[in-house]
Design a protein around this ligand. Sequence first.
Ligand code: FAD
Length: 477
Amino acid sequence: KPVILWFRKDLRLDDNKALAAAHLSGRPIIPLYINEPEAAGTGPLGAAQAWWLHHSLEALDRSLHERQGRLVLASGEPLEVLRAIIGNSGAEAVFWNRRYDPAGISIDIRIKHELEKQAIEAQSFGGQLLHEPSRLVTGGGTPYRVYTPFWRALENASEPEPPLEAPSKLQLAQKLPASERLGSWKLLPMKPNWAGDFDDLWIPGEAGAREKLRAFLEDALDGYRENRDYPAKQATSMLSPHLALGEISPTRIWDATRGLSKRVPAADLVHFRKEIAWREFSYHLLFHFPRLASVNWNDRFDGFEWRNDGEDFDAWRRGMTGYPIVDAGMRQLWRHGWMHNRVRMIVASFLIKDLMVDWRRGEAWFRDTLVDADPANNAASWQWVAGSGADASPFFRIFNPVLQGETFDPDGDYVRTHVPELRGLDAKYIHRPFEAPKSVLDGAGVALGETYPKPIVDHASARNRALAAYKATRDAA
Ligand code: FAD
């Protein structure tokens, strides 16, 4: 009797515990992916990640073909889909890897309960995280709310189990259920095809993920701690979209950094692991505080008087604020579905503090446009910048977009790549075109207010406005 292997955010054969267990059980496998209706709580699948999902499912299907199988695609309410396949195939078990977002958890609990009522074995496994959030807790049994002690606990916890290799052969069910056509799910953009440049950067699927990991360990891990803050250097792993859909496991990444200490300085290695730990921390926060994406962790912020000006928000989304580093980041996001971490912090600070737009609007825009949109990392990071989060940057720490640009993009190369209309400006003015003499602007072919916008706010006044609003909230609390 077959076992249904239900893929979700684990679109890989490597280090896949549910797959390994199904394989070991000796039962024929039915590999299944369900296009679930939008689940309350997680928000809709973003458009950029839908693009990724399409290609990732194709890649998973190819890997299964290499093992004489194929992926079964079905849409609908998951319990109904599973019941229909069980009814037709005689399957007596469903295996899956756990997810940790609130909607995913509640769906899975209900399905497990219902399947067990029908005497169908429902087994779930870990694999999306290094450690189960219910296990890695303080001595008092409460969740960690501060990153540093969390990191220490993670460092001192027993090493995650070594990753499992993908089985080279799979016993797949002889008669697989009919599959829907991936194209009918309409995950790809139609007209206009705004994802045209995504191919420059990304190869969705587990082979692409392994290649990104290999290249990063070989070329960029050495020096990571220093270089990771400079967006023009391309010094980070770019593994985030692969992690978001589980094409590679954090355990595989963790394991790959083991044994590199002879070649790579310890500071770089540890720093990289600390970033993987930030992801883990965000997931633990989401697990214990399921409303992380919609509710201020610190309720003092509930009374904050957002301006939420529609035109400002629009200028931010389109990368037309007049602050080059902000505009470069927002255009990189649109063009490649991804943005460098330092720049994410700058654009988020600008939206929340300079423009006083509610962080939740920024979170939603990122969710729709990032290929790595992740319910835990996105929500925790936005709350971190807003100052409302668990272990957040204080609100009064407001990034100056000009100084941030000059510090982290000193030659202006990042801006020149993404804001071509400023390409002719030299480094002295590239982050402050509004201070350049007219002769310099003319020489560079820049006409402020025509070819490139004037700043939509004056940073110094905007900063004071934000601090006054914050003080009013604090005084009222
Ligand atoms: P690397 O530097 O190579 O890091 C390796 C991995 O560690 C990343 O892939 C990621 O999984 C994890 N990581 C790194 N930095 C962080 C961090 N600050 N917080 C949590 N995990 C981290 N990351 C997402 O994966 N999805 C999101 O939706 C997301 N939204 C963000 C929104 C804002 C406002 C900010 C400031 C950050 C956000 N991040 C998000 C975190 C971070 O920017 C990205 O994980 C990182 O830029 C991905 O690039 P990389 O894979 O090259 O990172």
